[in-house]
Design a protein around this ligand. Structure first.
Ligand SMILES: [Mn+2]
Length: 281
């Protein structure tokens, strides 16, 4: 996390890990821009916060001493997502034999501890749904064997690619590093995006369907969210699941006062007299 924006999904994620996993070591990588209040909120659901250097294409451009947006594969500055490469720090945590890295916008729907049993050094979930041939993996869930040499090689490839042309985003870079044949593909159920798939072991609120619930214009009232008991048919139902979980988290970890002090709190939507949750298709 490189700002306070992703604290909301990180709380829901943390609670889902506490609920389903037998492994309770949860580390949130945070940059110096994350406020103390946000850190406290993260810690209250069980995250250990580790302060790390924020890394992204702007960071690398500064290192090579030039702006590489204009390269053949250049990403316009507005399209660059801040802090994306910060996840690379996970490779340096060699005190662990295995790490499951997940984005903050990911939640568990069941236990996924079996991923710790993977013997390969690196595993991920294909970019596209089963049946679509797409030789790429999504970087939102990565099973990593931490290794300093690998970390240095990834950083070297990043720098060289940037110097040659332009800064690749983190997912493109990792695909370049591990492809072909360098990654173990794990089932789609471990990183489901954009549609509802079974088994629903997890869900990743990746760009853009459904819209990331915590930044969307609409949200269900607390009453509506609490009343939702399934079934999960569409991605809109997954947005409802998100809110149901978040409202529960605020109670369970005593975060209500914190929530009300943030810009995320929208009383007219959360406690409406008449329901105005019209976002569901
Ligand atoms: Mn994501």
């Amino acid at each position: 996390m490189v700002s306070d924006d992703f604290v909301v999904p990180a709380l829901v994620l943390g609670d889902s890990i506490q609920t389903f996993s037998c492994h309770k070591t949860m580390i949130a990588l945070i940059s110096g821009n994350v406020s103390k209040d946000t850190q406290n909120a993260l810690q209250s659901v069980g995250w250990e916060t580790r302060l790390v250097e924020e890394m992204d294409c702007n960071w690398m451009d500064a290192k090579v001493g030039e702006d590489r947006n204009s390269g053949l594969f250049g990403i316009p500055p507005r399209k660059r997502i801040k802090g994306t490469h910060t996840r690379f720090h996970a490779w340096t945590y060699t005190e662990f034999s295995k790490i499951i890295y997940v984005d903050a916008d990911y939640i568990l729907m069941t236990n996924i501890d079996e991923l710790f049993q993977i013997t390969e050094h690196f595993a991920a979930v294909p970019c596209s749904r089963p049946g679509v041939v797409d030789p790429c993996f999504n970087a939102g869930l990565l099973v990593i064997k931490p290794d300093l040499k690998t970390y240095q090689e990834i950083m070297k490839l990043w720098r060289e690619t940037t110097e040659k042309d332009t800064c690749p985003n983190d997912q493109v870079l990792l695909n370049d590093f591990y492809t072909p044949g360098g990654w173990k593909a794990i089932p789609y159920a471990f990183n489901i995006r954009r549609f509802v798939f079974r088994p629903l072991k997890s869900f990743h609120y990746a760009c853009c369907r459904p819209q990331k619930p915590w930044i969307g214009e609409c949200r269900p009232s607390r009453k509506e969210a609490r009343a939702f008991a399934g079934p999960i048919i569409t991605v809109d139902d997954m947005a409802l699941v998100f809110w149901k979980n978040l409202y529960e988290v605020l109670q369970k970890y005593d975060l209500e006062d914190w929530w009300r002090s943030t810009s995320f709190f929208r009383p007219t939507q959360e406690f409406p007299i008449v329901s105005n949750y019209t976002c569901r298709a």
